[in-house]
Design a protein around this ligand. Sequence first.
Ligand SMILES: [Zn+2]
Length: 161
Amino acid sequence: MIVRDGQVLARGRNLGRTNGDPTAHGEMIAIRRCLADHGTAALQGSTLYTSGEPCVMCMGAILWCRIGRLVFAASVQQIAAKMDEIMISSADVAAKARFVPITITGGVLADEALRLFAKPVERLSPAKSRRGGSDPSSKVLSAVPQWVSWQGGRADRLLSV
Ligand SMILES: [Zn+2]
């Protein structure tokens, strides 16, 4: 979802299988719709909210469109326990594109969002993931900071409480 001045400009969800287009990630759909409906200027300085940390393709598009703020829930590392992911964080991509000022906040409602990516038998309860139980992804999750914020080239990783 892309928001500017409290107004939702565009929404998107993953349409990769539906459209037969591997690039049709939710972020790309939202960006394309925003461009079509509002033009390039509306994207500049807007905020993009997403349930999963953007992949390198989407993060590249976010930076080229000069979206000013990114807020994501589950991290690349967390999602990778459920499906294929390119293991590069959005902060790592942003750090290589210092011509674009962007603020990144990650880990917001990550446990809730992670359930959206999970197959039913693999669903995690927050307590189970914290305890490091028998779920195979719990080892990964316990090693991943739940909150990540990034601004101006400095990455601060804060463990959730
Ligand atoms: Zn993507």
